[in-house]
Design a binder for this molecule. Sequence first.
Ligand code: AHR
Length: 504
Amino acid sequence: MTEARIVLDPRFQVGPIDRRMFGSFVEHLGRCVYDGIYEPGHPEADARGFRRDVLALVKELGVTTARYPGGNFVSGYKWEDGVGPREDRPRRLDLAWHSLETNEVGLHEFADWADKAEVELMLAVNLGTRGVAEALDLLEYCNVRQGSALSEQRRTNGADEPFAVRMWCLGNEMDGPWQLGHRSASDYGKLASRTAKAMRQLDPSVQLVACGSSNSGMPTFGAWEREVLAHTYDDVDFISCHAYYRETDGDRASFLASAVDMDSFIETVVATADHVKSVLRSDKTIDISFDEWNIWYAERWENEERITDIETWPVAPRLLEDVYSVTDAVVFGGLLISLLKHADRVKAASLAQLVNVIAPIMTEPGGAAWRQTTFFPFAITARLAHGTALHLEIESGTMATPLYGDVPLIDAVATLSEDGSAALFVVNRHLTDASDLTLDLGALGDVIVSECLTLADQDQDARNTREDPQRVTIHANESASLKNGVLRVELPAVSWTAISLTAA
Ligand code: AHR
């Protein structure tokens, strides 16, 4: 057993937590939309074909936004294909995922689903194969109440009220050679700036996200952000970050320390944005939209044989359907801790993705919907993390990792609500040893532990599957005891724990 000590003080404030931190991502990719959230004919389908059982899980997950419709998909997407009478909608080749897009679900259907799910709709415009004019058309269609050609078209198509979309991504991963219409930082920066200016001319209330790097391993990482922001600084509100982690070559220690990499990724992008701010002598601060993050065993997809014959591209194939282990969920919980630790600058984030595709929720056509291991840390963090993020003073041992050197065994963050309740989220990265954690909560005043929940398992590779969908769940941690402002709790090896504290 190792030992660790944490001091919590309400004065160590990082910043207010924007509820958009708990956003999600729904791409027309694989079975995320079709046979995921939408499956007409399923016994649970509502009148519009959306699965009620999936919707219930989405609500339980507690996501606050849905980024739509991509992802790589958006760079070839014509939004007009997905509006109007369904029987007239074209079937299109989706070059990003070598699939056939039926356009059965488009803007109206998804906005309707987002309403039911009580999530904010966040849209991406296509800056891969399209540009300023099409972005303006989409904005007019979505946000103008009435009286213009496209707003009237929306009303004819069944939506009297505007969709009132506030947050818009200016393309997707435009630095990636795989992206349709991929561009240099300078070309993208100029296009994003022109698009943003035009969009604001139409609707000054929009909040705009410029594409940052696809990941921090891109050869242009850093330089890309600097150049894109040099062109767009006055025009946008956010720069995006995307990061996916996975265990490689059996290096579980480094995998467990993935949040260390996420911390440094965020801090590098913040530093770069602030550098541009100082060069431009600007008063404005650019925040981060971490609009794709997750665990993703991408090499499985990279090694899959692509369907190249365009005559046979399938509709909604099974793609990127990773089945997550307990270890994956612990790392995932650590990534949420990293996002919260940077709540002063990460003002939006989207778990990529929501259903079936690298997702916390899985479904079978005609069958069940169930929670993956990663569902639990997300749902619990979204439910408990309110108010302000607090920095913690943490003393723990370290562990050696091949990728990140020595890293702390324990990582944690706390949150403090206006009503005086607090929550702590803690990861024990040790591969074999539990940790005896002492938390000094004296500065919080008189509190009680209302919940202490731990995700861990004797089998660190245990997963929820179609055959055994409830194999892994989260358990009450009975070891927690609070006396004289000092809380002691045992954290199992490779575990994620949430502690909720309320005023006594
Ligand atoms: O989330 C899966 C894919 O990952 C997205 O389409 C793309 O933006 C990223 O590379």
